[in-house]
Write a protein that binds this ligand. Sequence first.
Ligand SMILES: Cc1cc2nc3c(=O)[nH]c(=O)nc-3n(C[C@H](O)[C@H](O)[C@H](O)COP(=O)(O)O)c2cc1C
Length: 157
Amino acid sequence: MKVLIVFDSSTGNTEKMAHAVEEGVRKAGVDPVLKHVDEASVDEVPQYQGLVLGSPVYYGLPSGKIKKFVDESVKYHGKLDGMVGGAFASAGGTHTGAETTIIAINEMLLVHGMVIQGSSAGSHYGAASVGSPNDASIEACRKLGERVGRLVKKLSK
Ligand SMILES: Cc1cc2nc3c(=O)[nH]c(=O)nc-3n(C[C@H](O)[C@H](O)[C@H](O)COP(=O)(O)O)c2cc1C
């Protein structure tokens, strides 16, 4: 069982978050594969049981590269149904678009029929950070990865 983590990052903040998501997936006993969106191909997505997308907040939304990655995945539309999805985002400020970005990613993954688990214990929609992720944001990313990994295991039974 393996989870693909695809992130965009220009100044390294989302990348730090992606590494913490990776740790969490591994902690759940599932293999994480981490790729910058420039290195990732949609053609590999169907081999995974989970897909977590991470983006900097650009004008309240995911970066164009993350959107393009999802748009290109249309060739697998219908084939990703039931896969586990998740999202994380890095913003420049507080209340300036992290949640709208996470929700936009979740919306796209839902159109693929993916299963997204919310959280009742904070970070309800996914993991967010302001600038370089602090300890709490890193922990939220680890938890996100772990929960995605655990759900992958549950659904693969
Ligand atoms: C084109 C552009 C648009 C941005 N728009 C927003 C925004 O709407 N809200 C916000 O909080 N930060 C915004 N930012 C700041 C980035 O989201 C923030 O610096 C983020 O941490 C960068 O992540 P990275 O280090 O992974 O590239 C913007 C940055 C750029 C370059």
